[in-house]
Design a binder for this molecule. Sequence first.
Ligand code: GCO
Length: 439
Amino acid sequence: MADVTDDGSSFIWGSATSSYQIEGASTLDGRGESIWDRFAATPGKIADGSDGSVACDHYHRYAEDIALMNWLGLDAYRFSIAWPRIVPDGDGAVNAAGLDFYDRLVDAVLEAGITPYPTLYHWDLPQALEDKGGWVSRATAEAFVRYTEAVVDRLGDRVRTWMTLNEPFVSADHGYRHGEHAPGRTSLPDALAAAHHLLLAHGMAVPVIRERVADAEVGIVLNFTPLTPEPSPGSGADVVDAWENRWYVEPVAGMGYPTVGVEGLQWAQDEVNDGDLEIIAAPIDVLGVNYYTCQRALEDGTIEDAQPPMTDFGWEIAPDQFRSLLERLHDRYGFARYLVTENGAAMPDKADAAGDIDDQDRIDYLDGHLAAMEAAKQAGVPVGGYFAWSLLDNFEWAAGYGKTFGLISVDFDSQQRHPKASAHWLRERIHNERGARHG
Ligand code: GCO
């Protein structure tokens, strides 16, 4: 049972995953091609030349993974739904076999006493939609709504909390502006259009979910990478901050796009139709916050090298920035509730002869960030839950399988799972916190 927060609601402990990173089974049961299948098959795009065609084989091994979540004592499982399984060509016929998989998954999660927290879009766009313009095209937002209807109609009797998008910043910026993620385009105007259509997809889906799910809790998951020092108004760093940290949350909060960013990026806003900003500002119940690191920035917006301590990704470890981020978000935007939907670290995990991984570095990372979250809660930020990224080592996008974020290691030859020291630590921690709350 979840422990109880000061306002009487339950604090949720969970872990997070995403479809393309763990499911595998990329051609099974009618699943269509996604932009990540195409991108990973393009030479030079993925560090180790790998792809997500098998990944953790969660598609077949979800029961074992749910048992591990149960052992960890988790209340909730955050996963994403693969659009190409549900609508293989993005906008045509619904594939019943794809829905069946998530139906089985949700039932198994619930049977284990765990609450499902699905995200509708975690970057795996059907390739057929990309071929017609992808997120640069408004039609993709409209197709997203039809896909949402199909999913919610099937699962909405058992799933109450729905997240629309995961990190639209990364979709638009890495996918369309800088090209290190699928679909690998490198155009700022495309990225600006993609960002707008992602937000529009979110805003159009919110009322559709509410209509179909009784007592729905709806939100969006955004990532934040605070700049340090805090940028001064109108500086180059302020433009970077607007694009990276304010571009999504402010329109969702009803504030429109940050002017300093619109001007700094010289966005003509041709894609923005009358009424779009009202659609995007559909009230949400919960903001999902993903936090990993901060960035050191010069006044002109140049990003400087990170400083130690760092993770295996070279990301600076800065839990104090996590605390101030949560407080700043609540001060500025005042959402009713926040969930930490991702937080965790890639570490250079070394297994001993017995296969054990003593990842004290990850434990320290998690411990520091949980303390920061706790401090933000004490300061009045209504944080309702924490989802560790990630349950399993998995396909880490352009980094392939070389960067590991899991609480549980995966031997990708045998598919054997093995809890790391951090998994044992988190299990203990959850157990103790519950004990303390219940006296
Ligand atoms: C994210 C991503 C994850 C990544 C993680 C580490 O939402 O950023 O959800 O897919 O694996 O962030 O890079």
